[in-house]
Write a protein that binds this ligand. Sequence first.
Ligand code: GLU
Length: 327
Amino acid sequence: MPETSESDERNQREVWAREVVARLHDDHAPLTDGVPADYIPELADVDPDTFAISVAMVDGRRVGAGAGTHPFTIQSISKLLMYGLALETHGREAVMRRVGVAPTGDSFNAILLDEDDNRAPNPMVNAGAMAITDLVVGDSIGARVDVVRSLYERYLGRLPELDHHVWASEQATGNRNRAIAYLMLSRGIIEDRVEETLDLYFAQCSVLVTCDDLAMIGATLANHGVHPTTGEQVVAPEVVRDMLSVALTCGMYDYAGEWVFTVGIPAKSGVGGGILGILPGVGGLATFSPRLDQFGNSVRGVKVFEEFSAQFGLHLFDPGRPWRPSR
Ligand code: GLU
């Protein structure tokens, strides 16, 4: 029966994914290139050897290897989820007035705005991310943190904890972000509650997630915004489309161009060491390993994504087989 053969095929794919994930974990565990981020002092304290690869399919199945349940701070991966929240709450037009969608080719924390349109360049660099955070509704920092936590709750299926040490560490040392935020205030891009918005931005980056969580977030986005196990519509499908578009073009820091070329999967990375990849209609792929390259991407993570994508033909423009007219 066709149903059986379809589920046989899915089972077969799961077995194959399990083998590939286990092999990629073994192959790349000895790789010790790169260093954990230390510009946020608390981040330097992580165990640099922790390593996880997690896959979650749109039907809720999971495959993984390594420390899939080890918690770490989500950092910039939060930017993607927050962008979705802003689009849903305020609509595309209002968001586009403050934040564009153009890749910058500059570092994620560049003190740089889109001068022509007086807005932040895109939501994946710090300027854009803070302009997006500014859009979180609420009349106190507590109320706004709750909005952010409940957004995460819908993606994770549980209310997340914050790493208060990392949060405090960013508050104490985040003067570059402060400079960007005040520049945006001077241009009227964000509102006059800058310290609160900075605090909220640091809080959203300090949320603790696991590699398994990231894979499930990816599966939710891959599943048109419907969470594979809770069944909740976490985010509208048209918003998912916008989120994945900026993930593809701007999600991997200055490495975004090479990433699209070699991996071809919409993804977002964070300086905590996580990478979240979305395979539309298929599932989420996530890695965690804190040693970073010069761009701020996890060294092992990039390698795993490259090989996983090649192994399963997951590049967005994978040649596949052409259609030919019958003669
Ligand atoms: N909280 C970090 C910062 O603003 C996030 C950076 C990142 O993960 O790219 O510097």
